[in-house]
Design a protein around this ligand. Sequence first.
Ligand SMILES: NC(=O)C1=CN([C@@H]2O[C@H](COP(=O)(O)OP(=O)(O)OC[C@H]3O[C@@H](n4cnc5c(N)ncnc54)[C@H](O)[C@@H]3O)[C@@H](O)[C@H]2O)C=CC1
Length: 340
Amino acid sequence: MLRPLRLLLSGLQTQPSRCCSSFVSRMRYVNRLKEDDEACTAALKDGSIFLFHRLSPLLRCTDVGTFSPATLTCSDVQSVLQRLGSDGSPLKEAVLIGCSEQNQAQFCLDVGELDQAAVEEASQGTFIDLRKAFFLLPAAEAPLVSKGQALLRWHQSTRFCGASGQPTQRNRAGSQRFCSSSSTVYYPKMSAVAVALVSDGKRCLLGRQPSFPRGLYSALAGFCDMGETLEEALCREVAEEVGLEIQSISYSSSQHWPFPHSSFMLGCHALVSPAHTQLCVDRSELEDARWFTVDEITRALQVKPRRGDPPILWLPPKHALANRLIREWVEQQWQSEGGA
Ligand SMILES: NC(=O)C1=CN([C@@H]2O[C@H](COP(=O)(O)OP(=O)(O)OC[C@H]3O[C@@H](n4cnc5c(N)ncnc54)[C@H](O)[C@@H]3O)[C@@H](O)[C@H]2O)C=CC1
């Protein structure tokens, strides 16, 4: 059964007290910036900029030892560029990410042409690889840098038209690129990935790939094939990877996942018949897959992985959609046990 209302509310992290009209006007403002180059140029002057160096975001350590993305104003960035002898032209490469709750347009900019240490010193931050930075940041801020990195990566890899081989030109916001030779418009893309927490009603199924850190098990996932529905992709992936047939699917939520490139993760709960739970694992896809009880999962959710720990069960980090699916399942199990 689909639950679209919950999807909308949870996906947008809506605050119950938030004024709807300010949300609507912010969304319309961002949309206008994508379409109006002049308005976007003006917004950049008053906007905030997140710097990246060869796709690594600039973070600052707070007084309490946590991290946050370094937010610079346009004039901050101009003075950093001036100090490093740059003429300020890199600012033209800034790409619109969105708009803050304070109605300030947000941009990202890769200064990979400049000396990394010099930019770090001038801007009082550190460029940290996104694979690390994503998990150092609070859950509310991680998506901002992952979106920024994804947009910058897309621009870097779409400089030429696939049809004509000619250079493409971007609009001011960076929300599209255009080839005047072939009249092709390019938009940023994500690959759709279906991720399912499979359950037989009492236990849940998790798998691990050889590349995972020791002890880590996660929900089953796979890229959607061209022309497939989400449901078809889930049924195929589960059949391919562990040899089970899904009986029913319920949608949970979605997430942009930046690793290794931009994926659009669509998370579901899937049910298989308790009479047909024998696994036939495709070892070319998974190193292992196992059924886990709610007690095992509840214990594992309390474990904080530390380097050098023995290989017990570790679950995906909080920022991952798989973690959310696992928590939802545990909650459902406790509720149904309480209600039984
Ligand atoms: N956020 C989360 O909670 C989770 C995220 N993931 C992500 O989901 C993605 C897919 O998971 P797996 O299939 O387990 O990963 P995988 O990386 O093993 O991909 C399987 C195969 O799909 C093919 N592939 C790679 N990129 C593709 C693309 N863009 N379109 C179509 N096929 C492609 C390749 O042949 C690859 O070997 C991975 O990027 C993984 O990081 C997976 C589980 C949980």
